[in-house]
Ligand binder design. Structure first.
Ligand SMILES: [Zn+2]
Length: 319
């Protein structure tokens, strides 16, 4: 009885404190999810002060301070056995689709200032403008960014293009496609299908090398059909590597683009503007089931970025 009384007293005493705390950080279920994502991926705490001469300090900081990515980088040269095999496969896959891309692209030269801006801030990156009318941009692991004409057409301001490129650049700096391919392969390896896939890609890579080396042997029709089918499936696989990121990686790139725009004094709202424009392109996508989709829904990407202001003020209050 005595014990019960003490417990009851404690509850009474603690309640007002609890209530007070809860009032400070009252978040909806979605906001709680966003907070978790930001706790994991936000970079604001370790950004250096903006310096005109050292634009790349932003990117150095986000790479140097990302423990998970540093671990991943360390793993590449140290990999042995199946891990090493996976990295080799990923590299081959990248090379295959890399060569596929180039003929469709021309340099982004017609907007000289854009290329100059990015060269000065990002170092050795090449921006390609593709006349294909996809409303999209993509990045290859070696630093070539492709911006498709469909996307350029809907952008109106310089800052919006910076937002797009910063998002892409985040994918590049964190080698997202490599990380994602690695985790996909790891999963497949677990499912014991890796052996077949590895054989297919290796054969296709050899075939590709032969084709380019002009030293073709055994070019019977049956052979070439066989190689065509191998090459086709390998190409599909490498394309899958290249242009798909995990949902979390997309959100991470959005958050970094948001922070980069602010860091540059260009206004984070431009990232939201771009996402709103993309959303307008396909309003029905709002009704997709995000659980089943392989990408985060635009409406949720926007909601996450809009939550950052609240997140920042919450952190301010905690200090
Ligand atoms: Zn992306």
């Amino acid at each position: 009885m005595k014990k019960l009384l003490i417990v009851a007293l404690l509850i009474v005493v603690m309640c007002p404190i609890n209530a007070q705390k809860k009032q400070d950080v009252k978040l909806t279920r979605q906001e709680q999810k966003f907070k978790k994502i930001l706790d994991e991926y936000d970079v604001i705490d370790y950004l250096p002060y903006y310096s005109d001469e050292e634009g790349e300090t932003f990117w150095n900081a986000i790479v140097d301070n990302n423990e998970e990515f540093q671990k991943f980088l360390k793993m590449i040269p140290e990999s042995k056995g199946w891990k090493k095999e996976i990295f080799q496969e990923v590299y081959r896959g990248n090379k295959l689709s890399y060569n596929e891309q180039i003929p469709y692209a021309r340099s982004f030269k017609d907007i000289d200032w854009m290329e100059m801006f990015f060269k000065s801030h990002y170092g050795n990156i090449n921006i390609h403008y593709s006349t294909l009318d996809y409303v999209n941009a993509s990045t290859l692991p070696l630093g070539d960014v492709f911006v498709y004409s469909g996307l350029v057409d809907i952008l109106e301001h310089y800052e919006e293009m910076v937002a797009v490129l910063a998002h892409e650049f985040a994918h590049f700096m964190y080698q997202h496609s490599m990380q994602w391919a690695y985790s996909c392969e790891k999963q497949k390896r677990k499912n014991k299908t890796i052996a077949t896939i590895t054989a297919v890609v290796s054969a296709a890579a050899d075939m590709y090398a032969t084709m380019n080396g002009a030293n073709t042997t055994g070019s019977s029709e049956a052979n070439s059909k066989y190689y065509d089918s191998i090459f086709e499936s390998a190409k599909n696989k490498s394309l899958k590597y290249q242009f798909r990121y995990s949902k979390d990686q997309e959100l991470q790139a959005d958050i970094i683009a948001y922070r980069f725009l602010d860091w540059m004094g260009m206004g984070h709202e431009n990232m939201i503007v771009v996402l709103e424009k993309l959303r307008k392109q396909n309003p029905m996508a709002d009704y997709e089931d995000e659980e089943k989709a392989d990408h985060p829904l635009l409406k949720n990407r926007i909601a996450l970025l809009k939550f950052i202001e609240k997140y920042d003020s919450m952190k301010q209050n905690q200090k």
